[in-house]
Design a protein around this ligand. Structure first.
Ligand code: 5AD
Ligand code: SF4
Length: 438
């Protein structure tokens, strides 16, 4: 036992937030307390992202900023978890000499030993990847939870090897978690008052454990209770089949929102990116979503300025955005990642100013489309899961509809964690404003 405390800071994707909750569970299980902030912590663990250079630069900045605190509090130890730890390994401790340890995403069970070594004055690195680790038996501590919505990680790793992407190298081979443990975790959350779970994986559509594929898993989780909303991310377009859409159509509590990263609207780029689908295939998937699930929202990721991208390729991306009319998009400039296929075999030949221009054109177009989509929502009524107070005013609450759109409304007698009906009265590109109707 120890009365030392850890503070976990998380960057990156939803999967990282879910992992931090597993880490919290492992360390509290080993007798550590959870600190409310870095000031009260004996160990600060930074769970990091390596997907783009700017994600790594933010973390390096944070590590250097924490040096000031270490100068005042000599016992404070800092370690790096997650994708940057895996990518850079002990090199990272040489470059940032105030770090005491690095621990990759499959080695979190070793953290208690690692921290013990560090306490003894050593530096430590654990970066072994695993073909089997899923942390299935670990019940995550809900670190940043509102008590309403939680993440459940259902698989780890990725082996799609998109040419630009570092994830297969930082998170290892794909493996799926036992379905019964997923269902049990979801049920236990529901019984404790949670009303929404998001099933997470790098490519949930390739989930498989024995006879259970992703559609079967979704169905089992959806059957726990109609009052439990089920979301999922992320879908690879090459693997999004109609069977999943059919299961969704049968269960109103599976949310009408699909994140379907397209990356580019040009077949030539998709081929170079090793995405294994064409624009035609992608549009067919979109059409199938719209046919099975009228009113389903579709969101995406896109990369501007990948290797050799021409103006024509870029225009094809804009054209695809006009056709699909996404409700939301995460939009990025291509960032070269060492070790990837693109870094080894292709030139990062689009200059920064040109990448910026293309990205800004996509952002402007998407902003316009999101606003127009929201304008169509005015007058419609939705069931909203109330989440809490609006950031702007205590008189207002916010929640989300099944399509994952945020709706802000006058609080009336509504309480967080319940379902209410809200009619949309007006909107911006990011938010809907409405009033309670029940
Ligand atoms: N550069 C820019 N964006 C990237 N993504 C993945 N790798 C890179 C990279 N090297 C984007 C993709 C992916 C999202 C999570 O991040 O769009 O879907
Ligand atoms: Fe998540 Fe990928 Fe970033 Fe790792 S590199 S934290 S998997 S987005």
């Amino acid at each position: 036992m120890t009365n030392e405390r850890v503070y976990i800071e998380t960057y990156g994707c939803q999967m990282n937030f879910a992992d931090s909750e597993v880490v919290g569970s492992i360390l509290t299980g080993a007798g550590y307390g959870l600190a409310g902030g870095v000031e009260e912590a004996d160990f600060v663990l930074i769970n990091t992202c390596a997907i783009r250079d700017n994600a790594e630069q933010r973390v390096r900045h944070r590590v250097r900023e924490l040096r000031a605190l270490q100068n005042r509090r000599r016992g404070l130890r800092i370690g790096i978890l997650g994708c940057m730890a895996e990518r850079l390994q002990s090199r990272l401790m040489e470059e940032e000499d105030n770090l005491s340890f690095v621990c990759g995403p499959d080695a979190y069970r070793r953290l208690p030993e690692l921290l013990a070594q560090v306490r003894g004055g050593q530096k430590a690195a654990e970066v072994e990847l695993s073909a089997t680790e899923t942390y299935a038996d670990i019940e995550p501590v809900r670190l940043a939870s509102n008590g309403i919505s939680a993440y459940i990680s259902i698989m780890r790793g990725c082996q799609n090897y998109c040419a630009y992407c570092v994830v297969p190298y930082t998170r290892g081979r794909e493996r799926s978690r036992d379905p019964q443990t997923v269902v049990d975790e979801a049920r236990s959350l529901f019984e404790r008052g949670y009303r929404e779970v998001t099933l997470l994986g790098q490519n949930v559509n390739s989930y498989r454990c024995g006879d259970t594929g992703f559609p079967e898993l979704m169905e089992r989780v959806a059957q726990i209770d109609p009052r439990l909303r089920v979301r999922f991310a992320t879908s690879h377009p090459k693997d999004l089949g109609d069977r999943l859409l059919e299961v969704m159509a049968r269960h109103a509590n599976i949310c009408r929102c699909i994140h379907l990263p397209v990356q580019s609207g040009s077949d030539r780029m998709l081929k170079l990116m090793n995405r294994k689908y064409t624009v035609e295939w992608y549009l067919d998937r979109v059409e199938s979503i719209r046919r099975h699930l009228p009113g389903c929202s579709i969101t995406t990721d896109v990369i501007a300025g990948f290797c050799t991208e021409t103006e024509e390729d870029h225009q094809a991306t804009l054209e695809l955005f006009r056709r699909v009319r996404y409700d939301y998009a995460y939009m990025f400039k291509y960032s070269l990642r060492e070790g990837t296929y693109a870094a080894r075999h292709m030139a990062d030949d689009i200059d920064e100013a040109e990448k910026t221009r293309r990205l800004n054109e996509i952002i402007a177009l998407q902003g316009q489309i999101a606003l127009e989509n929201n304008q169509h929502e005015v007058g419609r009524e939705y069931e909203v899961l109330v989440e809490g107070e609006s950031h702007r005013s205590k008189e207002r609450l916010f929640g989300r509809n099944s399509q994952n759109k945020v709706i802000v409304f006058d609080r009336g007698d509504a309480v967080a964690g319940t379902y209410r009906r809200v009619k949309v009265e007006s909107c911006t590109a990011a938010t809907l404003l409405g009033t309670l109707t029940d």
